[in-house]
Design a protein around this ligand. Structure first.
Ligand SMILES: Nc1ncnc2c1ncn2[C@@H]1O[C@H](COP(=O)(O)OP(=O)(O)OP(=O)(O)O)[C@@H](O)[C@H]1O
Length: 463
């Protein structure tokens, strides 16, 4: 099943990362002299940063939507995108006033006749989900009671989240029904689905198309791959997605979306999608200016923990996500924070998927202010109140090189749709400093040092 292969992939990645992590701890930074004992100044700094940077109002989104350089800018209104009246009602019901750039650009391509394929990249939190959800809802024929659109997501949590968007957007279009092809949703053998849209993870979706035949793939009109680059780059997902694709009719519309597409993945996507329309960002456009990036220099895992405790009050003004390399570190960190009396949630790959969904739901409802997690939560998760992302460990691939795509997705959990956000990277060795520098070079975007010792400097950053 998909979730198994995902868990396995995460396992392997985490195991690789674990060994790198232990190396890092032995390898102390040269800049010991620079080490700043985490102190109260940190709290004051963070408070200031958060207050001055994270204030957000609907007005601010309005302003950004009028700025031609913003990814939220659009010249069109939703009416001009010629959506069905029921969908327009759904869009406005969700509180959307204007489309974002990706919605404005992608929707006309996706709604054109005859249908056209699309590979689209747009920054995290800029409304890709709404774009492909509107495309699916526009293409289904509610009079036909069989699946017509398939949407595949890499994780159970994301499939649920996207399903919710379909439900909200389709609120005034009740004839269109949705079903979740996810682990645990057991259907009776031999049954045929009547729902027009199926959202799920790749393994279950494949089983429902081929093994159980709940879905007739020949009747599918739209096939969406969300987080398409990870679907292509992860072997298990790629096999399953390509096997589904092969069962679909030649004229089925293929829509691939992600915030990141590494070059080789981009090339592969173009090979598997016939004659696609393309929306691609330049490298320097990939990072959002609304997310301010900093690093904190420490000497060890324990010092990183101490630094984190000092800024804890500040990061919990809103909500925060803390990313670790491995399940083990995440478990350790959540345990230590709890022992200090902080209420934190933990989400990592070995938990049951239903348990994971429940943790996300509690976090989304604000029941916990801090979520400690691994890369399993790096992508797609949309919790508006997340104002701070902390990389307790910087993201690296299995060879120990910087994982730039994961970095971008992780920090993109904040700064959603025009909100401001802070990303704080904890550096504890020469090796992690090097990784951070390479990430900085890759995106050509300065990551500032958060010098918690120097109040003057702190004032400067905050203002
Ligand atoms: N036109 C719009 N106006 C206002 N808010 C919007 C609009 N489109 C989307 N949003 C909101 O912006 C947030 C981010 O959107 P979404 O999750 O679709 O981003 P994304 O591009 O898919 O991000 P990621 O790359 O992280 O998956 C959501 O909370 C969504 O409800």
């Amino acid at each position: 099943m998909a979730t198994d292969s995902w868990a396995q992939a995460v396992d392997e990645q985490e195991a690789a990362a674990e060994s790198i992590g232990s190396l890092q701890l032995k390898d102390k930074p040269e800049e010991n002299g620079n080490y700043v004992d985490p102190d109260k100044a940190a709290q004051s700094l963070l408070n200031k940063l958060i207050r001055s940077n994270l204030v957000n109002t609907t007005n601010q989104v309005e302003v950004l939507q009028k700025d031609p350089n913003s990814p939220l800018y659009s010249v069109k209104s939703f009416e001009e995108l010629r959506l069905k009246p029921q969908l327009l009602q759904g869009v406005y019901g969700m509180g959307f006033n204007r489309p974002s750039k990706i919605q404005e650009t992608a929707l006309p391509m996706m709604l054109a006749e005859p249908p056209q394929n699309l590979i689209a990249q747009s920054q995290s939190g800029t409304g890709k989900t709404a774009a492909f959800v509107l495309a699916m809802l526009s293409h289904v024929d509610p009079n036909n009671r069989y699946p017509q659109c398939l949407c595949v997501s890499p994780t159970y949590e994301l499939a649920l989240q996207t399903g919710k968007v379909i439900e909200q957007m389709g609120k005034y279009y009740p004839e269109v029904k949705l079903v979740y092809a996810i682990r645990g949703n057991k259907l009776q053998r031999g049954m045929k689905l009547q729902e027009q849209i199926v959202i799920g993870t790749p393994g279950t979706m494949l089983d429902w198309c081929s093994k159980f035949k709940f879905i007739d793939p020949k009747k599918i009109k739209v096939f969406v791959l969300d987080e398409a680059d990870v679907m292509i780059a992860t072997q298990g997902h790629q096999d399953q997605s390509i096997r589904i694709q092969r069962m679909l009719p030649k004229n089925c519309q293929m829509l691939l979306f992600s915030a990141t597409f590494e070059e080789s993945v981009w090339n592969f996507a173009q090979r598997i999608v016939p004659d696609p329309n393309i929306i691609k960002l330049k490298r320097e456009e990939e990072t959002l200016d609304t997310i301010k990036q900093y690093y904190v220099l420490c000497n060890s895992k324990e010092e990183k923990f101490q630094a984190l405790c000092n800024i804890y009050g500040a990061i919990t003004i809103a909500q925060a996500m803390i990313f670790c390399h491995t399940r083990k570190t995440a478990g350790w960190l959540a345990g230590e924070l709890s022992r200090e009396g902080h209420q934190v949630a933990l989400l990592s790959g070995e938990m049951q998927v239903e348990q994971r969904a429940a943790v996300i739901e509690r976090f989304r409802d604000g029941k916990e202010k801090v979520l400690v997690t691994t890369n399993v939560c790096a992508r797609g998760i949309d919790v508006e109140q997340v104002s701070v992302v902390i990389n307790f460990d910087l993201p690296v691939d299995k060879d120990g090189n910087p994982d730039n795509e994961t970095y971008l997705h992780r920090i993109g959990r904040t700064g959603r749709f025009g909100k401001r956000g802070l990303a704080i990277n904890m550096v504890d060795s020469k090796m992690s400093m090097n990784i951070m520098n390479r990430i900085q070079e890759h995106f050509n975007k300065k990551i500032e040092k958060l010098d918690t010792d120097d109040l003057d400097e702190i004032e400067k950053i905050a203002s």
